[in-house]
Write a new protein. Sequence first.
Length: 356
Amino acid sequence: MAVVPDGAAAALPGLDNEALTLLFVALAVVAVLWGFDRYRRTFSKSEFGLALALAVGLLTVGLAPGLYGALAAAFNLESRFLLIQIFVNATFLFLILYLVSRIGSTRAVVSELTRELAVEQAPLDGDPDRRTVYVVIPAYNEADTVGDVLASLPETVRDHAVRAVVVSDGSDDRTRRAAEAHDAIVVEHPLNQGQGGALKTGFEIAREHGADVVVTMDADGQHPVDQLDALVAPVVDGEADYVMGSRYRGRDRSGNSVTRRGGIRAFTWLINRLTRADITDCTNGYRAIRGDRLGELTLTEERFSAPELIIEARKNGLRIQEVPVTIREREAGETKKPGLGYAVGLARTIVVTWIR
């Protein structure tokens, strides 16, 4: 019988409880089998790797806990149990972060598929050679107002045919039916994607139809259609690539609270400092963009799109102008913008878009 040196026995002692050792070994085997099954079914190398790492950790605890004792001594910890706790907590934290990442990736895939399905719903334009202004209108539960907005749109502006694109963003009221009663391209998101997601769908439809100018406006009646000519004029005349309506150069009749007005001015100041722009109204959704430059903008934000559009336009060298507009109160319904959450979302979008 071989004699095991005392030092080796002290360095790698097994667990005193044989049943507990067997439990750790069994769990390691289960982890490996699960990882192999996932790899066989989905070819997921990451899940297989995680399973192997977990199995190695379990086997080490069950068969060679003395390793943790040596490491605990190296880090001046009182016991190997404390080190194992730290290791387990760190592993759980890593798994949580991995799960959050996978959820985010899955949501992005679902969002992309949702938009692609909506774009496929759009009929082709009957006269592709005519110069056009596409008015993209994101709408979420705006059945009471979207029809009036569409009815007020002119047939032409600056010798460009006006085409409306309504993106019903997962509405659960009559928004789609109300829009389809008018001469507009109407598509539906089966799942709510947020205003930014709806705009991306509308932009893609406009680009596929060869829009010369793309205008965005809200479905709630706040953006005056009679100022559409002034909004698109700098783009049509070749003076600008991106034109923003500004309530602070025009008239603000939106009924916003003092807090919201102060927040808009603060975020506008921040964007101006970060991008060296000279704008006054960063959250205004009434804008006109040269159609052939839309593809240069990297748009990933689904909910807080206004600052992302401005910063991306600055990054890509689009000529930006502001024109005075009047912003009215909503004709019906309630705002979809949360209070504190809206401010936090805007701040996050500004910083992330500027950094990337």
